[in-house]
Design a protein around this ligand. Sequence first.
Ligand SMILES: Cc1cc2nc3c(=O)[nH]c(=O)nc-3n(C[C@H](O)[C@H](O)[C@H](O)COP(=O)(O)OP(=O)(O)OC[C@H]3O[C@@H](n4cnc5c(N)ncnc54)[C@H](O)[C@@H]3O)c2cc1C
Length: 154
Amino acid sequence: MTHDLAVVGLGIVGAAAVHAATRAGARVAGIDAGAAGAGTSSTSFAWLNACKKEPEHYHRLNAEGMAVHRELAAELGDDGGHHPGGSLEWTESVEEREPGVASVSAPVAGKDGSLLAAVSVSGPVERMSRHPGKNFGGAVAHCARSLSAALAAS
Ligand SMILES: Cc1cc2nc3c(=O)[nH]c(=O)nc-3n(C[C@H](O)[C@H](O)[C@H](O)COP(=O)(O)OP(=O)(O)OC[C@H]3O[C@@H](n4cnc5c(N)ncnc54)[C@H](O)[C@@H]3O)c2cc1C
């Protein structure tokens, strides 16, 4: 059998190349020194995101990649293994600005995704603990994301 193309290395990158070329009608030979998908791709956290990807064009590349993952998942159906996980983000501060004070903050995004404001809770370290993010990070991030979603929908 003859092939139009050989793809060497069948991690996520090679597998995606095989898929795209096959879909375009090419006869593709996929070659791997070991087992397909057993390299770095098998150790990934599999988190699809565009968070903290800078500069802007790198963020856009990642966001477009997420959109293509969604399209591929729709094409492959339930066996695709696509789990859009999302993320909750917060930052904590313990006596960084004021002695005895701890806080947790999360970003509120404007309609264009840029940083618009922050939701923050702060209080005495003995009440907030030295790990305030562990106690309040989820609630603060949830609140900030709700505000961001409301702004995006307005
Ligand atoms: C701990 C960890 C967590 C990560 N978490 C994330 C995450 O949450 N989200 C994310 O987007 N990315 C994550 N990444 C990064 C992501 O996993 C890699 O960028 C991606 O898997 C790389 O894919 P790849 O196809 O280039 O390489 P690989 O998956 O390593 O595939 C390369 C393949 O090439 C084969 N090969 C190598 N040399 C030859 C040769 N000479 N001949 C034939 N075959 C060869 C290997 O056997 C292997 O199968 C993470 C990485 C790590 C290590």
